[in-house]
Design a protein. Structure first.
Length: 423
């Protein structure tokens, strides 16, 4: 096992904690993902004002440092350190930005991703050679550098060559203001799992564009986990370029007071006989906690035999939290195997709580069991034991926060009751 290190510059449905739920109109033809621009040129994307479709849920004022206001839209600064510990079968390189392998997984689709492309001086390239089977997980750590947080950019390419197999875990930790590109290229017959964990310290702002290019008979599992940071915005795009391919996109997020966590996915079925499955689950607690999930699936006219399904579930644990969930499905051919989506946001299931409490389980423990059960199936689908154990621990810590909030609320309520009785 070796280590490489480099310092890089860097509404369809809405539900809130009171249980209200509204439905908006479907997307207009102009909003189709097929017609939205992509470009490597920052100038092709005006600085967002928050009224654009792709930014309407985002806190653009908090993301502003990553928009790069200059004409060129280039960020300065070396705000993060990238460290890679690769499996023996895997090759890691630090390359200049003009390396011919970069940019093959697609073009940026918004302002921050274009700025990321324009700004990185060097990139990290992780290659799983043809027919290689990685015996260990390849770990990539992107860590905020201590001191002043300066807006920075990083670029990572994970390339699984034909018939290879590997698991790559990307960790984001420390304090940072970062816009990032992650390219994932899966060649014919490869099996690749990519896990991206966003566990930033308080005060961090992160926008990351994941672009997946999936070849014939390749299988990709893409997992996004969001726990920390003030603002985290993830935009995974998956494009099928060969028949018989499949992608499973999983996500887990847990937002606390004041946090904004946004997941915007796009699955492009451009060729026949491919399968996609999307499942994202999130929990929210605390005043101002806000999560956004937008899932776009496009089945083009040529993509006969497509089989796709996307799911989003949100669990609101306290007042003052808000979850926006918008599934979109565009179908340009009727010759498909199946297509569907589902989205739901709600509080604890009162019947579940009653059932558990009726069997002598105290309410705090009952609530923990409900949340654990909410996330359990998704966690077990990850298939990487070290990541699964870490997520279970993180959820336990978040639940401790939620229980402390409930306990303090109960104490305040009892004090108010006692005061009223004395009066």
């Amino acid at each position: 096992m070796t280590t490489a290190t480099d310092s890089l510059s860097t509404d369809h449905s809405r539900a809130v904690a009171d249980g209200s739920h509204t439905h908006g109109a479907g997307p207009s033809p102009e909003a189709s993902r097929a017609s939205r621009p992509t470009s490597f040129d920052v100038a092709d994307f005006p600085v967002p004002n928050g009224r654009e479709e792709e930014w309407r849920f985002s806190p653009v004022d908090r993301l502003a440092p990553l928009f790069a206001g200059s004409t060129e839209g280039v960020l300065d600064g070396h705000g993060v350190l990238t460290t890679v510990v690769e499996a023996p079968e895997v090759k890691v390189e630090i390359v200049d930005r003009d390396d011919a392998r970069l940019g093959k997984a697609g073009q940026p689709g918004d302002r921050t991703s274009a700025v990321a492309w324009a700004s990185f001086p060097r990139a990290t390239v992780v290659t799983i050679p043809k027919e290689a089977v990685a015996s260990e997980v390849t770990s990539i750590r992107i860590e905020g550098v201590e001191g002043t947080i300066v807006p920075s950019a990083t670029h990572l390419l994970v390339h699984a060559e034909a018939f290879s197999q590997a698991v790559v875990v990307i960790d984001h930790i420390g304090h940072a203001s970062l816009t990032e590109t992650v390219e994932v290229v899966a060649d014919e017959g490869s099996h690749l799992t990519v896990v991206s964990v966003h566990d930033w310290a308080d005060g961090s702002v992160h926008a990351t564009s994941h672009r997946l290019r999936i070849g014939r008979d390749a299988t990709v599992k893409h997992i996004a986990v969001t726990l920390g940071g003030d603002v985290v915005r993830i935009t995974p795009d998956a494009e099928f370029v060969g028949e018989g391919a499949s992608v499973k996109m999983l996500g887990l997020y847990f937002a606390d007071a004041g946090q904004h966590q946004e997941q915007r996915l796009f699955v492009d079925h451009a060729v026949p006989n491919c399968v996609s499955r999307v499942a994202y689950k999130g929990a929210l607690q605390g005043e101002g906690a806000h999560t956004v999930w937008v899932g776009d699936v496009l089945i083009r006219a040529a993509a006969e035999g497509t089989d796709t399904y996307e799911l989003n579930r949100n669990l609101v644990l306290s007042d003052g939290a808000r979850a926006d969930s918008v599934p979109n499905l565009e179908i340009e051919t009727g010759l498909i195997a199946g297509a569907g989506h589902a989205s739901a946001t709600g509080r604890f299931d009162d019947e579940q709580l009653f059932y558990l409490r009726a069997r002598g389980i105290p309410e705090p423990d009952a609530r923990r069991l409900v949340v654990r059960g909410f996330f359990a199936e998704l966690i077990h689908e990850i298939g990487v034991p070290s990541v699964e154990e870490r997520l279970i621990g993180a959820i336990e810590r978040e639940l401790e926060k939620s229980m402390s909030v409930l306990d303090s609320t109960a104490v305040e309520g009892s004090e108010v009751g006692a005061t009223t009785e004395r009066a």
